[in-house]
Design a protein around this ligand. Structure first.
Ligand SMILES: [Zn+2]
Length: 302
């Protein structure tokens, strides 16, 4: 489901982020700080601010939150959720260990009964961020190996691990009754992904995991993506998952072909485009180059 303009107008009622003087346009970061709640169904929605998209299920019987961004934005999330329910968070999931999905745990822990992630996500969070006193961490209080499933409110929420992909510990969180699935960073929709071998990421594994998702879910499933080329693309359908899979295939194929031709690493990482994905957006400068370089290193190391 694409977010419609109407959804945004509806959600913008909760939008804050500073006092805007009439006719005055902020070009400063202030404008980036505004946040949005977007309803996908009556009880399920997404929260967009800075970091990976947060998903939630909020009723008077259950409150489930998926991912936590960072402490400042997590506070805005909680303030907004208070208008939907006065419950504590029954379950806070982390889709994976990356800081823009887990740093807000530190704020949310006082509002959450349980923090759940895949066992590798916890291990990678400890390993990659654990020894920095300037970045205090709050870890999952419970982990799982293959599946975590629980009935809460009118939902059955199921977290599943499909294998090495964007990191070594990605899970997919599915609201089964509504058939809405949060894919964490397994899909960067219409934009270059972050490829993180140090975080246990594996490009061929990622391709395989996306194939499993395409089989596991249906054309009716609504997906929530951690990142996208624009806010409107933070939700989507199975075709977007297929396109992400096609991108990883195209990236690996292009780089291996160039290597076979005898091109140098320097030449390959400075290629003007990846065939078939010439219009992909860079969310940060150098994203395409980083993708090419990580693919090169990955194939070289095989
Ligand atoms: Zn990530």
């Amino acid at each position: 489901m694409k977010l419609t303009r109407k959804d945004f107008l509806k959600s913008s009622a909760i939008l804050t982020g500073g006092i805007f003087l009439p006719g005055f346009k902020f070009l400063s970061p202030l404008q980036d700080q505004k946040f949005r709640f977007v309803d996908l169904t009556k009880n399920i929605g997404i929260f967009i601010e800075r970091g990976g998209t947060i998903g939630y299920y909020a009723t008077n019987d259950a409150l489930i939150v998926i991912d936590s961004q960072n402490p400042e934005t997590a506070k805005n999330l909680i303030d907004g959720l208070k208008q939907k329910t006065n419950r504590k968070i029954d379950l806070l999931f982390n889709t994976h260990h990356h800081g823009d999905h887990t740093s807000g745990n530190t704020y949310l822990k006082d509002f959450a009964n349980k923090i759940v992630a895949h066992e590798n996500s916890k291990m990678l969070q400890e390993k990659n961020y654990g020894n920095n006193p300037e970045r205090p961490q709050t870890y999952p209080t419970a982990t799982f190996t293959n599946t975590w499933s629980e009935d809460l409110g009118k939902e059955r929420v199921t977290a599943k691990y499909f294998g090495l992909a964007h990191t070594g510990g990605d899970s997919v969180i599915h609201f089964e009754n509504a058939n809405i699935a949060h894919l964490g960073d397994l899909v960067f929709n219409k934009t270059y992904p972050v490829i993180d071998p140090k975080g246990g990421g594996d490009l061929k594994g990622w391709f395989d995991v996306l194939g499993k998702l395409i089989k596991h879910f249906s054309k009716d499933t609504i997906f929530i993506f951690g990142h996208a080329a624009s806010d409107e693309l933070l939700t989507g359908k199975i075709n977007d998952v297929k396109e992400m899979q096609n991108y990883i295939a195209a990236l690996l194929e292009f780089v291996s072909t160039e290597m076979e031709k005898g091109k140098t690493k320097e030449e390959i990482i400075n290629s003007p485009a990846i065939p078939g994905f010439e219009n992909l957006k860079e969310r940060w400068q150098g994203a395409k180059k980083m993708n090419l370089e990580r693919a090169y290193d990955y194939l070289k190391g095989e």
